[in-house]
Design a protein around this ligand. Structure first.
Ligand SMILES: [Zn+2]
Length: 79
């Protein structure tokens, strides 16, 4: 099911969802999270995470010890 998402920035509908990999934090605390749903507005180019996605990212970062896949940089899968 596809729902229309309205852009927070320009108010147009047609915002699309992509999945991205992002790193958070600095130095020894850097963690890379994979497959994060990100909203992208094709009208104004704005891209952002929803509040619930940001909450989930925070939660994953707090619990990263049990979730990290061994690699050069700690990486967590969002899903
Ligand atoms: Zn927009």
């Amino acid at each position: 099911m596809k729902k229309h998402i309205i852009c927070d920035s320009c108010g147009e509908s047609g915002v699309i969802q992509k999945h991205v990999t992002r790193s958070f934090g600095k130095g020894d605390h850097v963690v890379v999270i994979d497959n994060i749903p990100m909203l992208v507005c094709p009208q104004c180019g704005e891209n952002y995470f929803t509040a619930s996605t940001l909450q989930e990212i925070e939660r994953l970062r707090m619990h990263k010890e049990g979730l990290v896949v061994q690699s050069m940089v700690p990486m967590i899968s969002y899903v």
